[in-house]
Design a protein around this ligand. Sequence first.
Ligand code: GLC
Length: 656
Amino acid sequence: MINVPIVYRHSLHQQITCILEEASTGEYRQPDTSFITRLTANATTLQGLFHELYGDHPLRDHLFEDLIRTLIRGHSSRPAVMLDRDDRKLDEGHWFLSSKITGMSLYVDRFCGDLRGMNDRLSYFKELGVNLLHLMPLFESPEGESDGGYAVSDFRRVDPRFGTLEDLRMLQERMLSECMYLMMDIVFNHTSHHHDWAQRAKAGDPEYQDFFYMFQHRTMPDVFDADMPEIFPESAPGNFTWVEECGKWVMTVFHRYQWDLNYRNPRVFIEMLDTVLFHANLGIDILRIDAPAFIWKEPGTTCQNLPKAHTLLRLLRRCVATSAPGMALLGEAIVAPRDIMRYFGTGIFTAQECDIAYNATHMALQWDALATGDTRIMLAAQPELQQKPFGTTWINYVRCHDDIGLGYTDEMIRQAGFDPYEHRRYIKDYYSGVHPGSDARGALFSVNPKTQDARISGSLASLCGLEAAIAGEDALSVDTSLSRIVMMQAHSLFLGGIPMLFYGDEVASLNDYSYQEDPGKHYDNRWMHRPRMVWTSLAERHRRGTVLHRVFTDLQRLIRIRREQDLTGDYGNIGWMHPHNIHVAGYIRWLDARKLYCVFNFGKEPAWLTWYAFKQHGALPEILCDLWTGNYHRVGPDHEHFILPAYGFALLSNQG
Ligand code: GLC
């Protein structure tokens, strides 16, 4: 375990006082007292973490001073309105645990054209009940080599496709006035090969070559490759790319045009910290750190989840907590259940690393349960997932812009009585529509011919059978798929954490296959589930009886129920039921004496639940009220049953 003693060091205090004095003669606003207090209080930890990473660097003291200067500069250029918001969030404490926040993730261009267009769409989010927007990457990214914006060539310039930095600032102000939250990405692990640093490296500048993992000969790339898995084995095999311009190999874990940043070089960290604070000062409430599992590399390892990647994140977290304390950090680590917990911090850094992480394991387990109608693996995973420390939270989601990876462990599958290989094969066959009994219309993504690993692409609606049902003009199957869609959303919404919808799913968008004709996208089938919104058709959501109306209004109602029930906030107040029926997953949310029993039937037949399954978890009143249907249920003796329809669910409250 990494330990940094938190002690007062007089010499460090003096060093910081000197830098602050020097800053007070500079061009920036004077640092305020609360910043100075935070900086002084955090100084030893900042230094300890910095030394853990760069203690051997000959210029470490000088570089640490640069880091402190970066923090001062970042804070001094923070707009006054954000300083106020920081104070309010600090007063509130753990603001992101609340049940009042519901998010949606979207591509601005595919959603409504550009940033200005977003202003006209804010009423749409209000109508649905969404008050947090995750705007997918907006910064400059070369067309055709963009990875959906995750290959950034300029971290401070909005890509002209979306508008300007000014448009972004104006949108943020508008959102703020509507009490909305903003989430955006920092693509922390890599840059586009068109980024200025990469261009200089290509031109042969050794200083910038050291910003990346560059090697003259194949020796080191071979050593690394021996233990590093491939992320996109089909479209970008291997982890290194030959750079003709300078005659060197560069590490490219993702696509060939995404160059991995070398955080072993402290300059890279300081530059990226400056970038992070620039982003913070745009008014971002949640900063999504893209691909944090990959940020530290060491030969002889998989180069994922390494201890120093955590040290880097802790350092970043402490820097942000000093300069822009209202901004929470979301670590986008899509890793094994045990590994994900470490991103919340361990030891004395528990709850001091990422504030938020994706609940990717649970997301995949929902898809697993839907395909099999069996919830035992989901249940087997909960002891692990329940380890999340207080003060941190999940992003819960059913779909996002990425694929679905079946990341739960073999052990969890075995515990439920299945063979891991056969089981995963079934899930992949089911969602790619290959299995004879399947009406899902997805596709396999990133199939690794060596390991047979694969992930799954496809929109929520198409994976739930709606595409096939509409094609087959089968009204009954349409109903079934809609029940699945809403049940999947409900299960994720009440779980505890920030629910993050993916745009288009609120109106049951089907797969869009037009990406196949686009040379910049055809190699990546994740584009099938990244729809273009057609606003003229969206008017259908107001027409009773249409598919759009059913899905949209159900979601609207679910969000409202969640918002009104503060017990659905994430306060360590969830327990899992043992429903004595393998098709049903149930969890209990509570706050004080109030309880909400959330039960979901993943099976294709009605499910019977003995009342004992509820009573097992404490006394029940005579009557429970289902907040979803509005029906009241008299609690029966143990041998009587509560019945859930196929793919149905109930939200049973003990407060009538
Ligand atoms: C993250 C993004 C994904 C992207 C990758 C590389 O996983 O979610 O879309 O391809 O990072 O930046």
